[in-house]
Design a protein around this ligand. Structure first.
Ligand SMILES: Cc1cc2nc3c(=O)[nH]c(=O)nc-3n(C[C@H](O)[C@H](O)[C@H](O)COP(=O)(O)OP(=O)(O)OC[C@H]3O[C@@H](n4cnc5c(N)ncnc54)[C@H](O)[C@@H]3O)c2cc1C
Length: 345
Protein backbone atom coordinates (compact mmCIF):
# COMPACT_ATOMS: atom_id res chain seq x y z
CA UNK A 1 0.00 0.00 0.00
CA UNK A 2 1.26 3.49 -0.82
CA UNK A 3 1.09 5.94 2.05
CA UNK A 4 2.56 8.87 0.21
CA UNK A 5 -0.37 11.24 -0.32
CA UNK A 6 -0.85 13.13 2.96
CA UNK A 7 -3.92 14.98 1.63
CA UNK A 8 -5.93 11.73 1.72
CA UNK A 9 -5.36 11.28 5.47
CA UNK A 10 -7.26 13.11 8.22
CA UNK A 11 -7.99 12.74 11.92
CA UNK A 12 -6.07 11.65 15.02
CA UNK A 13 -6.34 8.05 16.21
CA UNK A 14 -5.32 7.13 19.76
CA UNK A 15 -4.58 3.47 20.43
CA UNK A 16 -5.68 2.97 24.04
CA UNK A 17 -4.17 0.23 26.18
CA UNK A 18 -6.03 -2.38 28.18
CA UNK A 19 -3.91 -4.54 30.47
CA UNK A 20 -5.21 -7.15 32.88
CA UNK A 21 -8.74 -6.21 31.82
CA UNK A 22 -8.28 -2.55 32.84
CA UNK A 23 -7.94 0.64 30.82
CA UNK A 24 -4.46 2.04 31.45
CA UNK A 25 -4.14 5.73 32.49
CA UNK A 26 -1.77 6.36 29.56
CA UNK A 27 -4.82 6.05 27.28
CA UNK A 28 -6.32 9.18 28.86
CA UNK A 29 -2.96 10.95 28.64
CA UNK A 30 -2.75 10.30 24.88
CA UNK A 31 -6.35 11.47 24.41
CA UNK A 32 -5.45 14.65 26.32
CA UNK A 33 -2.57 15.28 23.90
CA UNK A 34 -4.73 14.42 20.85
CA UNK A 35 -7.40 16.92 21.96
CA UNK A 36 -4.73 19.56 22.40
CA UNK A 37 -3.42 18.88 18.85
CA UNK A 38 -6.99 19.18 17.52
CA UNK A 39 -7.41 22.48 19.35
CA UNK A 40 -4.10 23.79 17.96
CA UNK A 41 -5.02 22.70 14.43
CA UNK A 42 -8.76 22.25 13.83
CA UNK A 43 -7.91 21.09 10.28
CA UNK A 44 -6.32 17.98 11.85
CA UNK A 45 -9.81 16.49 12.12
CA UNK A 46 -11.58 14.42 14.75
CA UNK A 47 -10.06 12.45 17.61
CA UNK A 48 -10.88 8.73 17.68
CA UNK A 49 -9.83 6.11 20.19
CA UNK A 50 -9.53 2.40 19.48
CA UNK A 51 -9.65 -0.15 22.31
CA UNK A 52 -8.84 -3.81 21.74
CA UNK A 53 -9.61 -6.56 24.27
CA UNK A 54 -12.28 -8.89 25.56
CA UNK A 55 -15.16 -7.79 27.80
CA UNK A 56 -14.12 -4.15 27.45
CA UNK A 57 -17.53 -2.48 27.91
CA UNK A 58 -16.46 -0.86 31.22
CA UNK A 59 -13.25 0.47 29.67
CA UNK A 60 -15.29 1.78 26.75
CA UNK A 61 -17.71 3.53 29.09
CA UNK A 62 -14.81 5.17 30.92
CA UNK A 63 -13.38 6.39 27.62
CA UNK A 64 -16.70 7.68 26.28
CA UNK A 65 -16.55 10.86 28.34
CA UNK A 66 -12.87 11.53 27.62
CA UNK A 67 -13.68 14.21 25.05
CA UNK A 68 -12.80 12.02 22.05
CA UNK A 69 -15.21 12.26 19.11
CA UNK A 70 -15.38 8.55 18.40
CA UNK A 71 -14.66 5.31 20.18
CA UNK A 72 -13.92 2.16 18.18
CA UNK A 73 -14.32 -1.01 20.22
CA UNK A 74 -12.72 -4.27 19.16
CA UNK A 75 -14.21 -6.71 21.66
CA UNK A 76 -13.47 -10.39 21.03
CA UNK A 77 -12.53 -13.33 23.28
CA UNK A 78 -9.40 -13.98 21.17
CA UNK A 79 -8.24 -10.43 21.95
CA UNK A 80 -8.24 -11.02 25.73
CA UNK A 81 -4.43 -11.32 25.75
CA UNK A 82 -2.09 -8.99 23.93
CA UNK A 83 -0.96 -10.65 20.71
CA UNK A 84 1.21 -8.35 18.61
CA UNK A 85 0.56 -10.05 15.26
CA UNK A 86 -3.22 -10.06 15.73
CA UNK A 87 -3.44 -6.57 17.25
CA UNK A 88 -1.27 -5.21 14.41
CA UNK A 89 -3.49 -6.88 11.78
CA UNK A 90 -6.62 -5.38 13.40
CA UNK A 91 -5.10 -1.92 13.60
CA UNK A 92 -3.81 -2.10 10.03
CA UNK A 93 -7.37 -2.84 8.88
CA UNK A 94 -8.79 0.06 10.88
CA UNK A 95 -6.06 2.51 9.81
CA UNK A 96 -6.30 1.62 6.12
CA UNK A 97 -10.08 1.99 6.20
CA UNK A 98 -10.17 5.29 8.11
CA UNK A 99 -6.90 6.89 7.04
CA UNK A 100 -6.09 8.92 10.20
CA UNK A 101 -3.27 11.39 9.61
CA UNK A 102 -1.84 10.87 13.13
CA UNK A 103 -1.75 7.69 15.25
CA UNK A 104 -0.60 7.84 18.89
CA UNK A 105 0.51 4.76 20.87
CA UNK A 106 1.53 4.20 24.50
CA UNK A 107 5.30 3.60 24.68
CA UNK A 108 4.78 0.62 26.96
CA UNK A 109 6.64 -2.66 26.50
CA UNK A 110 3.79 -4.19 24.49
CA UNK A 111 2.42 -1.24 22.57
CA UNK A 112 5.75 0.14 21.42
CA UNK A 113 6.36 -3.27 19.89
CA UNK A 114 2.99 -2.93 18.16
CA UNK A 115 3.79 0.56 16.90
CA UNK A 116 7.06 -0.49 15.30
CA UNK A 117 5.44 -3.55 13.71
CA UNK A 118 2.71 -1.34 12.25
CA UNK A 119 5.23 1.21 11.03
CA UNK A 120 6.76 -1.48 8.83
CA UNK A 121 3.41 -2.88 7.67
CA UNK A 122 2.06 0.58 6.79
CA UNK A 123 5.35 1.73 5.26
CA UNK A 124 5.61 4.80 7.47
CA UNK A 125 7.79 6.14 10.29
CA UNK A 126 7.36 5.95 14.07
CA UNK A 127 8.71 8.63 16.41
CA UNK A 128 9.37 6.60 19.57
CA UNK A 129 9.36 7.82 23.19
CA UNK A 130 8.22 11.39 22.46
CA UNK A 131 8.40 13.93 25.25
CA UNK A 132 6.28 16.40 23.29
CA UNK A 133 4.25 16.50 20.09
CA UNK A 134 3.34 19.70 18.27
CA UNK A 135 1.32 20.31 15.13
CA UNK A 136 1.39 22.99 12.41
CA UNK A 137 -1.56 24.61 10.68
CA UNK A 138 -1.66 21.97 7.94
CA UNK A 139 -1.68 19.02 10.32
CA UNK A 140 1.99 17.97 10.10
CA UNK A 141 3.25 16.88 13.49
CA UNK A 142 6.64 17.56 15.03
CA UNK A 143 7.57 14.87 17.55
CA UNK A 144 10.23 15.75 20.15
CA UNK A 145 12.37 12.75 21.07
CA UNK A 146 15.33 12.60 23.51
CA UNK A 147 18.60 11.18 22.19
CA UNK A 148 22.05 10.39 23.59
CA UNK A 149 20.70 9.55 27.05
CA UNK A 150 18.47 12.61 27.14
CA UNK A 151 21.33 15.07 26.52
CA UNK A 152 19.78 16.37 23.27
CA UNK A 153 16.22 16.62 21.96
CA UNK A 154 15.57 15.76 18.32
CA UNK A 155 12.62 16.96 16.22
CA UNK A 156 11.13 14.13 14.15
CA UNK A 157 9.01 14.93 11.09
CA UNK A 158 7.22 12.56 8.76
CA UNK A 159 6.34 14.83 5.84
CA UNK A 160 5.78 12.36 3.00
CA UNK A 161 4.23 9.28 4.58
CA UNK A 162 0.99 8.65 6.42
CA UNK A 163 -0.04 7.99 9.06
CA UNK A 164 2.35 10.00 11.21
CA UNK A 165 2.92 7.67 14.16
CA UNK A 166 4.31 8.50 17.58
CA UNK A 167 4.64 6.77 20.95
CA UNK A 168 4.79 8.36 24.42
CA UNK A 169 5.50 6.79 27.78
CA UNK A 170 2.99 6.78 30.63
CA UNK A 171 3.23 10.04 32.59
CA UNK A 172 4.62 12.20 29.77
CA UNK A 173 1.34 13.94 28.95
CA UNK A 174 -1.30 15.11 31.38
CA UNK A 175 -4.62 13.26 31.08
CA UNK A 176 -7.47 15.14 29.43
CA UNK A 177 -10.20 16.23 31.82
CA UNK A 178 -13.30 14.02 31.77
CA UNK A 179 -16.20 15.70 29.96
CA UNK A 180 -19.33 14.21 31.53
CA UNK A 181 -21.65 16.14 29.17
CA UNK A 182 -19.88 14.83 26.07
CA UNK A 183 -20.37 11.31 24.77
CA UNK A 184 -18.22 9.84 22.03
CA UNK A 185 -19.90 8.12 19.13
CA UNK A 186 -19.29 4.38 19.58
CA UNK A 187 -18.65 1.97 16.74
CA UNK A 188 -17.66 -1.69 16.82
CA UNK A 189 -15.03 -3.31 14.63
CA UNK A 190 -15.81 -6.92 13.85
CA UNK A 191 -12.45 -8.66 14.22
CA UNK A 192 -13.75 -12.10 13.19
CA UNK A 193 -12.28 -11.99 9.67
CA UNK A 194 -8.86 -10.74 10.81
CA UNK A 195 -8.76 -13.34 13.58
CA UNK A 196 -9.53 -16.14 11.12
CA UNK A 197 -6.67 -14.98 8.88
CA UNK A 198 -4.14 -14.31 11.64
CA UNK A 199 -4.67 -16.95 14.30
CA UNK A 200 -3.28 -19.93 12.40
CA UNK A 201 -0.04 -19.96 14.40
CA UNK A 202 -1.16 -18.84 17.86
CA UNK A 203 -4.55 -19.14 19.50
CA UNK A 204 -5.76 -18.18 22.98
CA UNK A 205 -6.80 -21.39 24.75
CA UNK A 206 -7.55 -20.16 28.28
CA UNK A 207 -7.00 -17.12 30.47
CA UNK A 208 -5.79 -17.44 34.05
CA UNK A 209 -8.14 -15.37 36.23
CA UNK A 210 -5.20 -14.50 38.50
CA UNK A 211 -3.72 -12.42 35.69
CA UNK A 212 -6.68 -10.02 36.05
CA UNK A 213 -6.10 -9.49 39.79
CA UNK A 214 -5.65 -5.88 40.90
CA UNK A 215 -2.05 -5.36 42.12
CA UNK A 216 -1.68 -4.40 45.80
CA UNK A 217 -0.63 -0.94 46.98
CA UNK A 218 -0.77 2.46 45.31
CA UNK A 219 0.48 2.44 41.72
CA UNK A 220 3.75 4.37 41.48
CA UNK A 221 2.36 6.88 38.98
CA UNK A 222 -0.58 7.74 41.28
CA UNK A 223 1.29 7.90 44.60
CA UNK A 224 1.47 11.39 46.16
CA UNK A 225 4.78 10.43 47.79
CA UNK A 226 7.46 8.27 46.15
CA UNK A 227 10.40 6.96 48.14
CA UNK A 228 13.02 5.92 45.61
CA UNK A 229 16.14 3.91 46.31
CA UNK A 230 19.36 3.46 44.37
CA UNK A 231 22.40 1.24 44.28
CA UNK A 232 23.94 2.91 47.34
CA UNK A 233 21.28 1.34 49.58
CA UNK A 234 23.68 -1.57 49.61
CA UNK A 235 21.52 -4.54 50.63
CA UNK A 236 18.04 -5.99 50.62
CA UNK A 237 17.92 -5.48 54.38
CA UNK A 238 18.55 -1.73 54.03
CA UNK A 239 16.03 -1.66 51.20
CA UNK A 240 13.21 -2.49 53.68
CA UNK A 241 13.60 1.05 55.11
CA UNK A 242 12.21 2.51 51.87
CA UNK A 243 9.02 0.42 52.14
CA UNK A 244 8.64 1.32 55.79
CA UNK A 245 8.91 5.06 55.10
CA UNK A 246 6.64 4.89 52.04
CA UNK A 247 4.04 3.02 54.11
CA UNK A 248 4.14 5.70 56.83
CA UNK A 249 3.70 8.49 54.27
CA UNK A 250 0.98 6.76 52.22
CA UNK A 251 3.33 6.47 49.27
CA UNK A 252 4.99 3.93 46.99
CA UNK A 253 8.54 2.67 46.52
CA UNK A 254 10.39 3.40 43.28
CA UNK A 255 13.87 2.44 42.18
CA UNK A 256 16.75 2.96 39.78
CA UNK A 257 18.03 0.28 37.39
CA UNK A 258 20.68 -1.27 39.70
CA UNK A 259 18.04 -2.09 42.36
CA UNK A 260 16.37 -4.43 39.87
CA UNK A 261 19.70 -5.94 38.82
CA UNK A 262 20.46 -6.59 42.52
CA UNK A 263 17.05 -8.24 43.02
CA UNK A 264 15.91 -5.69 45.63
CA UNK A 265 12.82 -4.96 43.52
CA UNK A 266 10.99 -7.76 41.72
CA UNK A 267 10.57 -6.22 38.27
CA UNK A 268 10.79 -3.07 36.18
CA UNK A 269 7.30 -1.82 37.07
CA UNK A 270 8.82 0.33 39.85
CA UNK A 271 11.74 1.68 37.84
CA UNK A 272 11.74 5.42 37.18
CA UNK A 273 13.39 6.93 34.13
CA UNK A 274 13.99 6.60 30.41
CA UNK A 275 13.18 2.90 30.32
CA UNK A 276 10.83 3.03 33.30
CA UNK A 277 8.02 5.29 34.44
CA UNK A 278 7.69 9.07 34.42
CA UNK A 279 6.26 10.34 37.72
CA UNK A 280 5.19 13.71 39.13
CA UNK A 281 4.43 13.07 42.83
CA UNK A 282 3.92 15.84 45.37
CA UNK A 283 7.02 14.59 47.19
CA UNK A 284 9.91 12.51 45.79
CA UNK A 285 12.50 11.22 48.26
CA UNK A 286 15.57 9.78 46.54
CA UNK A 287 18.00 7.78 48.68
CA UNK A 288 21.48 6.67 47.64
CA UNK A 289 21.07 7.27 43.93
CA UNK A 290 23.42 9.36 41.84
CA UNK A 291 20.99 11.27 39.59
CA UNK A 292 21.93 9.87 36.19
CA UNK A 293 20.16 11.57 33.28
CA UNK A 294 18.34 8.28 32.57
CA UNK A 295 16.73 8.43 36.01
CA UNK A 296 16.28 12.20 36.37
CA UNK A 297 14.15 12.49 33.23
CA UNK A 298 11.55 10.32 34.98
CA UNK A 299 11.24 12.33 38.24
CA UNK A 300 12.47 15.91 37.64
CA UNK A 301 8.90 17.33 37.48
CA UNK A 302 8.02 16.18 41.02
CA UNK A 303 6.68 19.07 43.15
CA UNK A 304 9.26 18.66 45.96
CA UNK A 305 12.49 16.69 45.53
CA UNK A 306 14.39 15.55 48.63
CA UNK A 307 17.66 13.69 48.13
CA UNK A 308 19.96 11.79 50.45
CA UNK A 309 23.49 11.03 49.28
CA UNK A 310 26.85 10.66 51.03
CA UNK A 311 28.57 12.47 48.14
CA UNK A 312 28.02 16.26 48.34
CA UNK A 313 28.83 16.48 44.61
CA UNK A 314 26.15 13.95 43.56
CA UNK A 315 24.33 15.07 40.39
CA UNK A 316 20.92 14.42 41.98
CA UNK A 317 21.49 17.45 44.20
CA UNK A 318 21.35 19.68 41.09
CA UNK A 319 17.63 18.95 40.69
CA UNK A 320 16.81 18.71 44.42
CA UNK A 321 14.93 21.19 46.61
CA UNK A 322 16.25 19.66 49.84
CA UNK A 323 19.72 18.07 49.93
CA UNK A 324 20.75 15.78 52.76
CA UNK A 325 24.43 14.77 52.78
CA UNK A 326 24.82 11.60 54.79
CA UNK A 327 24.50 7.85 54.95
CA UNK A 328 21.10 6.80 53.56
CA UNK A 329 20.57 4.02 56.09
CA UNK A 330 21.21 6.35 59.02
CA UNK A 331 19.12 9.23 57.61
CA UNK A 332 16.14 7.01 56.70
CA UNK A 333 16.22 5.20 60.06
CA UNK A 334 16.28 8.53 61.92
CA UNK A 335 13.42 9.87 59.81
CA UNK A 336 11.28 6.79 60.42
CA UNK A 337 11.99 6.95 64.14
CA UNK A 338 11.11 10.67 64.24
CA UNK A 339 7.78 10.14 62.45
CA UNK A 340 6.98 7.24 64.80
CA UNK A 341 7.71 9.41 67.84
CA UNK A 342 5.60 12.31 66.57
CA UNK A 343 2.67 10.01 65.77
CA UNK A 344 2.74 8.26 69.12
CA UNK A 345 2.93 11.54 71.08
C1 LIG B 1 19.68 2.99 27.63
C2 LIG B 1 19.70 3.08 29.13
C3 LIG B 1 18.50 3.28 29.78
C4 LIG B 1 18.48 3.39 31.17
N1 LIG B 1 17.29 3.62 31.79
C5 LIG B 1 17.27 3.80 33.12
C6 LIG B 1 16.05 4.12 33.80
O1 LIG B 1 14.97 4.19 33.22
N2 LIG B 1 16.10 4.33 35.13
C7 LIG B 1 17.27 4.25 35.85
O2 LIG B 1 17.25 4.48 37.07
N3 LIG B 1 18.41 3.94 35.24
C8 LIG B 1 18.46 3.71 33.91
N4 LIG B 1 19.63 3.41 33.31
C9 LIG B 1 20.83 3.25 34.15
C10 LIG B 1 21.43 4.62 34.49
O3 LIG B 1 22.25 5.06 33.44
C11 LIG B 1 22.26 4.57 35.78
O4 LIG B 1 23.24 3.58 35.67
C12 LIG B 1 21.41 4.31 37.03
O5 LIG B 1 20.31 5.20 37.08
C13 LIG B 1 22.27 4.51 38.26
O6 LIG B 1 21.55 4.08 39.38
P1 LIG B 1 21.94 4.57 40.83
O7 LIG B 1 21.89 6.05 40.88
O8 LIG B 1 21.09 3.80 41.79
O9 LIG B 1 23.43 4.02 41.02
P2 LIG B 1 24.80 4.80 41.02
O10 LIG B 1 24.94 5.66 39.84
O11 LIG B 1 25.85 3.76 41.26
O12 LIG B 1 24.72 5.76 42.28
C14 LIG B 1 24.74 5.33 43.60
C15 LIG B 1 24.78 6.58 44.47
O13 LIG B 1 24.62 6.19 45.81
C16 LIG B 1 25.47 7.01 46.61
N5 LIG B 1 25.75 6.25 47.84
C17 LIG B 1 26.50 5.12 47.95
N6 LIG B 1 26.46 4.66 49.22
C18 LIG B 1 25.66 5.52 49.90
C19 LIG B 1 25.19 5.57 51.23
N7 LIG B 1 25.54 4.66 52.16
N8 LIG B 1 24.36 6.59 51.59
C20 LIG B 1 24.00 7.56 50.70
N9 LIG B 1 24.41 7.54 49.41
C21 LIG B 1 25.21 6.52 49.02
C22 LIG B 1 26.69 7.27 45.75
O14 LIG B 1 27.34 8.46 46.17
C23 LIG B 1 26.06 7.40 44.37
O15 LIG B 1 25.76 8.75 44.10
C24 LIG B 1 19.68 3.28 31.92
C25 LIG B 1 20.89 3.07 31.25
C26 LIG B 1 20.89 2.97 29.87
C27 LIG B 1 22.21 2.75 29.18
Amino acid sequence: MKTTNPADWKGILVVGEITNCRLQPVSHELVGKALQLKQDCPAAGEVSVVLIGSGIAAAGKEMQTSGADELILVDHSQCALFHNDLYAAILKNIIEARKPSVVLFPATARYQDLASMLGIRLDTGVAAHCVDIRINETGDILAVVPAFGGKVLGDILCPAHRPQMATAKPGIFRPGEAKPGHTAKVSAFDAGGVIAETMGKTRLVALDAASCAVPEGIPLEKAPVVVCGGWGMGSKENWQLLGELAGMLGGAVGCTRPAIDEGWMPDESSMIGTSGKVIRPKVYIGAALSGSSHHVCGMKDSDLIISINNDPQAAIFEVSDIRVVGDAKQVLSALIERIRTIRSA
